[in-house]
Design a binder for this molecule. Sequence first.
Ligand SMILES: NC(=O)c1ccc[n+]([C@@H]2O[C@H](COP(=O)([O-])OP(=O)(O)OC[C@H]3O[C@@H](n4cnc5c(N)ncnc54)[C@H](O)[C@@H]3O)[C@@H](O)[C@H]2O)c1
Length: 359
Amino acid sequence: MTHHPIIEEDIRNIAEDLRRYAPQLSGTTLLLTGGAGFLGKYIIYVLDYMNKHIFQKPCKTIVLDNFITGIKELAVDPKYFSIVHHDVSQPYQTDEHLDYIFHAASIASPVFYKKYPLETLDVGTLGTRNMLELAKQKHVKSILFFSSSEVYGDPDDKFVPTPETYHGNVSCIGPRACYDEAKRVGETYAVNYHQIHRVPVKIIRPFNIYGPGMKLDDRRVVPNFVLAALKGEKIPLYGGGQHTRTFCYISDAITGIFQVLLSQYNGEPFNIGSDGQEISMESLANIISEQFGSGIHISHVVGPNDAYEKADPQRRSPDLRKIRTFVGYEPKTDVVTGLKRFIVWAKDQDISQFSVHIK
Ligand SMILES: NC(=O)c1ccc[n+]([C@@H]2O[C@H](COP(=O)([O-])OP(=O)(O)OC[C@H]3O[C@@H](n4cnc5c(N)ncnc54)[C@H](O)[C@@H]3O)[C@@H](O)[C@H]2O)c1
């Protein structure tokens, strides 16, 4: 994954942005769950770059993944990275001292969490509890739980852009509940481990992060639209295409993720994403088709499951005042620039085995 120049440039930029935090990370031991996923791999490659170019003493990272959706293709120095096949819904024990934990394991794409609903519930609830218990035993300096903007469900227009104080509009039995409710319970575990055991846990709520390195058959909207365009097929728009999202380029998000991990704001949730432009899915499809010149059209189709057809949130846009003020986060990449980078990378991938529509 690092071999593509676009990703290499992203990694270098993130690592240089994080140089000022090097004293906190140098020589430490980290544990990362979900390291074979999209965000996890970027975190690994940033740490690898910082080991080689920035830290006085390299850090060690234990990566846990059960590869339910992630791919085993991590090209990193085995001296500093141990890749362990482990389902984090089961407790994990290690003799290693741990300084930091990123708990990113989840089944994040609606097509896949509908395929594995019980596994999705377990990783968000039991998996989160297991990681908080480990954080408590090891007296870590910080643990970061990757929650989701999906904890807000389908927000009332009055709460868009959505602040962390909004309680959400979520069905506990709806088509998305295995993911949304697991993240909500995960957050409840986190704040209670902080209140009862003083575990230094922070929570992030990502809003649609995208970028190179995403699996092109992941089925989330950006890879799916780009895959259709690359194949010369019509871009499939579900549910009329008027629902909106904001899109955050990966390098902005990864910088913010480290900023929150290394902050002092224990027991706190932070929105993370981009507030530059809230766009409809139809606009996103148009922007992508423009990048391919003429000849790419859009078709209105039925979504692959009821998570799209019955429960797709109408709007999603973050209020970023808290993360800006508390940790100095600032997304820099506008959506067209980010999509262009994604497309340059995607054009160099082998897409022959991927299909736009689920067979
Ligand atoms: N990318 C986004 O836009 C976004 C938005 C909201 C929330 N998030 C959250 O951020 C985190 C990372 O997202 P991502 O896009 O990299 O997801 P991803 O699906 O690409 O990666 C998740 C990884 O977790 C692994 N995993 C799943 N269940 C596991 C288990 N029981 N034990 C061990 N590993 C397991 C998968 O194999 C995969 O490698 C997730 O928790 C996700 O819910 C991401």
